[in-house]
Design a protein around this ligand. Structure first.
Ligand code: CTP
Length: 397
């Protein structure tokens, strides 16, 4: 049987693509949903296949794309099987025609049959010309869908593929991914303010050179995304990374450890949870040169002075937020990590072996708290982030 298997905490989405020019945005949407830790099964109408190829969607989702009701593997039951295994069906883009079919309970192809047979939430992202959107018939159909409990994501207004301007453009993939995540995840962190650091810091030596480290920021950004999914308000103080910040987070970009410290200090009294994921440089150059230093053939000594310890500062505030530290060790993981947790007076510290995590999409954290150690199974950084947040929620009661 093709289709998707449900796993704990991993959300399974059926992404239905119908025939509109905005179908190209569905490719990016699949990528973003997978990055959020979801499994995506793509189903396309025949018209959708004229706009984007099933091969593209298969490569991005890692699963065969379903296009026909008459796939022999599914025994004619794809419309039932798929919706039973899904946490939600998302139609993006949803054409005016497909919205009309949904509103009236038609089921003459795989995707519409699946929507009618579903026992999970249905989300629809309309995409059409502005006249088609404003037409009374479409607005009637949208009202019917809303009354039936279907979630409508967008549309947006702006320049359309036909050259006209107005309402009807499909939301961008990042906005859709955020909307889908917030419909799916229970809001266990609604109203909780999370302040975090992520990525490396960069300590200048001169105008063009500096000291930094190999942190990619992926783990920190995954934690930010997971907290957003749970409804938290996230402020992410980030060092220089080549990552798209998660939509919905307030991002403060800094370069040096001192700038990271200043940004955190200004916000630390107004947060419930502080998570230090950043790989902060422990030292900076005492006298960085404003100009590029010229070589003179001789050796060179740099004087380094310690940077403030941001996490230790926050954890020692008179009324500290719930503080979580990270430790990347290259050896003696358990010993060093637990010592670090106690030294910085942290209720929780997540540790991993640096050589296994840096730059990788995967990680294997061990969580250290007062009760002892809790190893997580190796998985994608998004899943590790979800598990870490569940542990934080448990400890905070
Ligand atoms: N941290 C911080 N400010 C610093 C240094 C570290 O906030 N100046 C935070 C990191 O974000 C992380 C934890 O502290 O959460 C790491 O602890 P630390 O003992 O500083 O780790 P290392 O720098 O790796 O320490 P060592 O070199 O002793 O292993």
């Amino acid at each position: 049987m093709t289709g998707i298997m449900k796993q704990t905490d991993t959300k399974s989405i059926v992404l239905g693509i119908t025939g509109g020019i905005a179908a190209y945005k569905a490719a990016e949407l699949v990528r973003l949903l997978i990055k959020q830790g979801m499994e995506v099964q793509v189903a396309m109408t025949e018209a959708a296949c004229h706009f984007i190829s099933a091969t593209t969607m298969q490569a991005l989702s890692g699963k065969p794309v379903l296009t026909s009701q008459w796939d022999e593997n599914e025994n004619g039951m794809a419309h039932i099987n798929l919706s039973r295994q899904a946490d939600a069906i998302v139609i993006a883009p949803a054409t005016a025609d497909f919205i009309a079919k949904l509103a009236h309970g038609m089921a003459d192809d795989l995707l519409s049959a699946m929507c009618l047979a579903r026992d999970c939430p249905l989300l629809v992202a309309p995409a059409m010309n502005r006249q088609m959107w404003e037409r009374a018939a479409t607005q009637r159909n949208i009202s019917l869908l809303k009354a039936d409990g279907v979630g409508i994501l967008g549309p947006d207004s702006g320049l359309q593929a036909c050259g006209e301007e107005g309402m009807g453009r499909m939301l961008e993939a990042a906005e859709l991914a955020l909307g889908i995540a917030s419909c799916l995840h229970p809001k266990q962190m609604q109203g909780v303010k999370v302040l975090m650091t992520a990525g490396p810091t960069y300590e200048p030596i001169d105008a063009v050179r500096g000291i930094t480290n190999r942190s990619s920021g992926k783990m920190g950004y995954a934690v930010a995304q997971a907290a957003l999914n749970l409804g938290a308000e996230v402020t992410l103080v980030s060092g220089p990374v080549a990552l798209q910040p998660p939509a919905g987070a307030t991002v403060v970009r800094i370069e040096t450890a001192q700038q990271m410290f200043d940004a955190v200090q200004a916000r630390a009294s107004d947060c419930d949870i502080f998570i230090g994921v950043a790989a902060v440089a422990d030292y900076r150059v005492a006298h960085a040169s404003a100009q590029k230093i010229k070589k003179d053939g001789q050796g060179m000594t740099l004087e380094l002075v310690p940077n403030p310890d941001i996490l230790a500062y926050v954890a020692s505030l008179p009324k500290p937020p719930f503080c979580v530290g990270f430790a990347a060790e290259s050896e003696n993981l358990r010993d060093y990590a637990e010592r670090k947790r106690r030294a910085k007076k942290l209720p929780l510290l997540a540790a991993n072996l640096a050589q296994e995590a840096i730059g990788s999409e995967h990680n294997q954290l061990i969580l250290f708290d007062e009760a002892g150690e809790h190893p997580l199974p190796r998985s994608g950084k998004q899943q590790q982030a979800q598990a870490l947040l569940q542990h934080i929620i448990k400890l905070r009661g």
